[in-house]
Write a protein that binds this ligand. Sequence first.
Ligand SMILES: [Zn+2]
Length: 287
Amino acid sequence: MPELPEVETIRRGLAPHLEGMRIAHVALNRSDLRFPLPSRMAERLKGAQILPLQRRAKYLLIPLDTQETLVIHLGMSGRLLIEAGADSSSLAIFHHDITRLRTHDHVVLTLQDGRTLVYNDPRRFGFMLLEGSETLPAHSAFAGLGVEPLGNDFHAAGLLHALAGRRVPLKSALLDQRIIAGLGNIYVCEALHRVGLSPYRIAGSLTRHEAEELVTAIRLVLLAAIEAGGSTLRDYRQGDGALGYFQHDFRAYGQEGKACSTPACSGVIERQVQAGRSTFFCATCQK
Ligand SMILES: [Zn+2]
């Protein structure tokens, strides 16, 4: 499942290829992904000009000059490719280092200059929406979402307010998309380890100081991943490589059995299953 940094990297990678372009042709090679494709999708996209790309949580937003926005969620295995017209050499492959089969190219948008944006998804857990840009925030996919962790509305005071009185474990609260939008398991584990907070802490018990440190850590782990994604993207820009997860510098996630990297801590990273998800943490320094 792509996490927020991957989707943000995809947005940044696609932007220079797509923004300002008109969609000349639309090929839909099937009628559904996880859900049916939007009605009259090809007709509604054809001729539209692409405005600056956006992201909300783990959704890629492609606003159009028709006052509609194409929303793409990559699901488990979706990826987007930009291809250069007839020679079909990939300019960029975004996400997942699995072999690409053309039979899984479900949606192909041809741009005015002949290049194509291809949506490829072997498992078809991804989906697309085409909604009025004005009313998009009220759509059921977006209406209940919490703050963007990289946005200005994510701050210690707001987090403390959202967690006040909550008796659930801190990790569960941080994964609650109604509180913070798009924050996933990997980055919660990493942020909690960096600030020495146990995933089992009662969410409502966070102090102001701890909330400030946690907000900073969440931003830093996300930005570091986006930074790593950017360099991965540059490396692959001209090649045929794929962009996988950014496992560049995990200190807790996936580090089970390894010595804790916190200075002066002699603990070991453990893995436990918490609310059905793997939690990686150090019981010695995370309190
Ligand atoms: Zn430790």
